[in-house]
Ligand binder design. Structure first.
Ligand code: GDP
Ligand code: MG
Length: 680
């Protein structure tokens, strides 16, 4: 590996356009993984996490090195590093950090679907990173492939010179059958090793130092600069850092230091993935590979930091902004004695997903639990699925909530992530009691959402966005709509329906939406109201908590909002796990819905039990569970028997009875609260 000229590329695409399949074919063609007997087998080597395979979503970025022997030059060999990028917007942070280690991006577009929302967003990130784009039109084997229309889209919407003979000439492939894939490898070589072409087309950028301009010694004698762009924890070898060597050479035994953290380490081993770890003992300029140092915890492998030799001084490479959790929820075990197990499972998962934050939290309704902070709604969903996998049991998760910014009378502000910390009152007048620390304004985080759907669903989608307090920013109709259907359920349609879909124009709507309105059921509604034909993605407008102070709300994505704290009480005692922050216009509706739900699951007592919902100390909804009457049979709980049995059935057998929690003089079994959370 050390002898070969290296170049790095990534594959970017809208979900399901064939990124993983193309990666598999490239790895096969270069002999990195054995050829599968039958072509078209979906191996998805890169998607090694179970949840990623199940959902077909790449979450973590990874790197694989392959050696390509170019037939055009008598089998001259090149080292190609494939850096995989996650496909969903919740993971945009991971996308940008893995792209930093690349020189070019293969932009894969499905020939039957054309440009989709994520095609645009990953394209923008790649261009911003100064990467050379290689357009690839995939799935040309499908009968409804419309290559010409997709080419026209790439030209008109992305401004790519992609026609035959053009500077960014598109490559037509079928990743499934392997057709055209060799041409992809040849193009990577042409772009990666023709320094004149690369220099002409890409703007100068620190992150894009011309690593292809290699000297004979390939970095020997130069000062080492290696960018850490990913890391994970291996139970045998400890912390493994994935690095891209920009300059110089790194060897086993070298003493290294980080530019920012200043910490010093010794290299214990280094190597490349091809496809799994191969120890080479050194990494040269242009190579992408792994390094094992004597790091004790993952937090030491600070992503975005630059490694250099301990006795040298270098200019650090351009790093990254850390991710900030935007969505919060709390996870509880069904059986309280399982808490240590749940905590251990979360710790294990968080080791390899450092965008997750967690802390202990205890609740008067659900006992001991863990508060989680995640990047977005999909991230939450994936983390939960992984957690249930890892923990092998059902977990209870409270309704997701977002962070709010409270502005005090004295002009200072703070961000809260727990609805319980939300003030009961927001002072409307200056000078009310409480002084400077009075909260005078509440702000909520906003996102810029992009919804793409066929024309017939526009009305329903606009209604949905309006219901969620969205404001329209832009609506555009795709004039080359002929190529594309947003089919996510293509398999369920017969030919005629597909034809109809193809004749519809595609509409792209941009809305400014409160994040809090899209974290619960928004994605699901977008899909169900359009039979799966719409896609939704969003960009956070809030840039990170570090920026929060002293910037006006218009500019930083925080927007003044009339949101209120909604508290539920049983016989006068608040139920903390059900506390939530909602917009005032929806408070009464939500209050009634939940009060009813609570009343339904609370077991009947010998006296009346009152369920109340309060906003700012005022009761906005109330329900009463009447006391037993003598003539009433005992099976009152019967209606819920099935649900309860289902919930308990998921647990291991032979466990002791669940705990009861006290609310005033009322004893409520913990499982009643579980039913509430489970009944969404
Ligand atoms: P990703 O989400 O971009 O990684 O997409 P995948 O590689 O998982 O592919 C999504 C689906 O499209 C899978 O069912 C693939 O088998 C299928 N697919 C990928 N490439 C082709 C192709 O060239 N032709 C056909 N017919 N199907 C393909
Ligand atoms: Mg994939």
């Amino acid at each position: 590996f050390a002898m070969l000229l290296p170049t790095s590329f990534s594959i970017i695409a809208h979900i399901d356009h064939g990124k993983s399949t193309l990666a598999d074919r490239l790895l096969e063609l270069t002999g990195t993984i054995p050829m599968e007997g039958e072509s078209g087998v979906n191996r998805q080597v890169l998607d090694s996490l179970k949840v990623e395979r199940e959902r077909g979503i790449t979450v973590k970025s990874q790197a694989v090195s392959m050696i390509y022997a170019d037939r055009r030059s008598q089998g001259r060999e090149y080292l190609l590093n494939l850096i995989d990028t996650p496909g969903h917007v919740d993971f945009a942070y991971e996308v940008s950090r893995s792209l930093s280690a690349c020189q070019m991006a293969l932009l894969v577009v499905d020939a039957t679907q054309g440009i989709q929302s994520q095609t645009l967003s990953v394209f923008r990130i790649a261009v911003a990173r100064g990467l050379r784009i290689i357009p690839i039109i995939n799935k040309i084997d499908l009968p409804n492939a419309n290559t010409d229309a997709v080419l026209a889209q790439l030209e008109s919407r992305l401004g790519l010179d992609c026609m035959p003979g053009g500077q960014d000439e598109a490559i037509l492939v079928s990743a499934k059958t392997g057709m055209g894939v060799e041409a992809v490898l040849q193009r990577i070589v042409d772009v990666g090793f023709d320094t004149s072409a690369a220099a002409a087309s890409s703007p100068p950028s620190a992150a894009l130092a011309p690593r292809t301009k290699t000297t004979a010694k390939r970095g020997e004698g130069e000062k080492l600069r290696a960018l850490v762009f990913d890391s994970w924890y291996d139970s045998y070898r400890g912390v493994i850092a994935l690095v891209s060597v920009h300059d110089g050479v790194l060897k086993t035994g070298d003493k290294l230091a980080f530019s920012h953290s200043k910490k010093k380490y010794e290299v214990l081993d280094a190597g490349v993935n091809s496809p799994t770890g191969i120890s080479t003992g050194l990494l040269c300029q242009g190579q992408v590979g792994w390094v094992v140092c004597n790091m004790k915890s993952l937090t030491e492998a600070s992503i975005g930091d630059t490694l250099h030799h301990a006795n040298t001084h270098v200019e650090p490479l351009a790093g990254f902004k850390p991710s900030v959790p935007m969505v919060y929820c709390a996870a509880f075990p069904v059986e309280s004695s399982d808490f240590p197990k749940l905590e251990a499972a979360i710790q294990r998962l968080a080791l390899n997903d450092r965008s997750v934050t967690y802390a202990r939290e205890s609740s008067n309704a659900l006992g001991q639990g863990i508060k989680l902070g995640l990047l977005g709604a999909l991230h939450l969903e994936i983390f939960r699925a992984r957690l249930e996998d890892e923990y092998e049991q059902t977990i209870l998760v409270t309704a997701p909530s977002v962070a709010y910014r409270l502005v005090h009378q004295d002009g200072s502000s703070r961000i809260i992530s727990n609805p319980l910390d939300f003030p009961d009152h927001v002072a409307s007048r200056i000078g009310t009691k409480g002084g400077g620390k009075n909260v005078v304004e509440v702000q909520e985080p906003m996102v810029l959402g992009t919804l793409t759907c066929p024309e017939e669903h526009v009305g329903a989608m606009m209604q949905l966005c309006a219901d969620r307090r969205g404001t329209e920013v832009d609506v555009s109709f795709d004039e080359e709509g002929g190529a594309a259907t947003t089919s996510m359920v293509g398999g369920d349609l017969d030919g005629q329906q597909q034809q109809q879909q193809q004749q519809q124009r595609i509409v792209t709507m941009k809305y400014r939406l409160p994040l809090g309105e899209i974290v619960t059921d928004f994605f699901g509604l977008v899909k169900s109201k359009t039979a799966g034909f719409a896609t939704f993605e969003y960009e956070d407008l809030v840039e990170g908590q570090g920026r929060a102070e002293g910037i006006d709300a218009e500019e930083d994505g925080w927007e003044r909002s009339d949101v209120v704290k909604l508290t539920f009480l049983i016989s006068g005692t608040p139920i903390d796990a059900l506390c939530q922050v909602v917009h005032r216009s929806k408070a009464v509706y939500v209050a009634r819905q939940w009060a009813q739900k609570i009343k339904d699951v609370v077991p009947r007592q010998q006296y009346d039990v009152v369920v109340q919902a309060c906003v700012g100390g005022k009761v906005v909804a109330a329900e009463k569970k009447g006391a037993y009457r003598k003539d009433v049979l005992q099976g009152i709980y019967g209606g819920h028997y099935d649900r309860k049995a289902k919930l308990l059935g998921k647990q291991k057998e032979g466990k002791k009875r669940l705990r009861s929690m006290s609310f005033g003089r009322v004893q409520i079994p913990q499982e009643s609260f579980m039913e509430i959370l489970d009944s969404k």
